[in-house]
Design a protein around this ligand. Structure first.
Ligand SMILES: [Cu+2]
Length: 155
C-alpha cells in the first residue's frame, strides 16, 4: 500500500512537471510601434479622467506607485506597460509624457485572456515620430497634419 502511494505521488509529480498549465506558458512577443495616450488607469476607468488637464493627477498617481498604461484611442485598445528588462521602472520612459500622445516602439505580448502587454523600448512624442507633412506639406489632402500646416491654412 505504501509503495502504491509512492508510485501515485511520483506519477502525479511527473504529470505536473510535464504539462505546464496555460498561465505558465511562454508567450512569444512581436515587435510593434504603437501610438497612443499615456493614461492613468486609476483615473480613466472609474472617473473618465484623461488628457492634459489630468496631468498633475497622473504625476501624483505615479509617485504613489501607479503604473501607467497606453491607450490607442483610435483602435480603442489599452496596452499594459512593462519594462523591457527586470528591475526597471516601467513608468520611467513615459514620465515626461503622462497624459500626452506618444509613439512607443516595443515588444507586444498577448497574455491569456487577451491582455495586451507592451514591453517599452523607445518612446517619442507622437508628433516627433510622425513628421508627416514635413517633406511635402501641400501634397496630401488627407494628411493629418493639414490643419497645422501653412498650405492648408491659406485655403
Ligand atoms: Cu490620476
Amino acid at each position: 500500500m505504501k509503495a502504491m502511494c509512492r508510485v501515485g505521488l511520483v506519477m502525479a509529480l511527473a504529470l505536473t512537471v510535464g504539462a505546464a498549465p496555460a498561465w505558465a506558458q511562454k508567450v512569444t512577443g512581436k515587435p510593434v510601434t504603437v501610438t497612443g495616450r499615456v493614461v492613468d488607469n486609476v483615473c480613466i476607468w472609474p472617473a473618465g479622467l484623461k488628457g492634459e488637464s489630468h496631468r498633475e493627477c497622473a504625476i501624483g498617481c505615479d509617485k504613489a506607485g501607479v503604473r501607467m498604461a497606453l491607450l490607442d484611442e483610435k483602435a480603442n485598445v489599452l496596452y499594459t506597460i512593462m519594462a523591457d528588462a527586470p528591475f526597471k521602472d516601467p513608468n520611467a520612459p513615459l514620465r515626461e509624457h503622462f497624459e500626452r500622445m506618444v509613439t512607443v516602439k516595443g515588444t507586444l505580448y498577448t497574455a491569456p485572456g487577451g491582455q495586451k502587454i507592451l514591453a517599452v523600448q523607445e518612446v517619442k512624442t507622437a508628433a516627433a515620430a510622425q513628421p508627416c507633412a514635413a517633406k511635402q506639406p501641400c501634397a496630401a489632402k488627407k494628411n493629418p497634419c493639414a490643419a497645422k500646416n501653412p498650405c492648408g491654412a491659406k485655403k
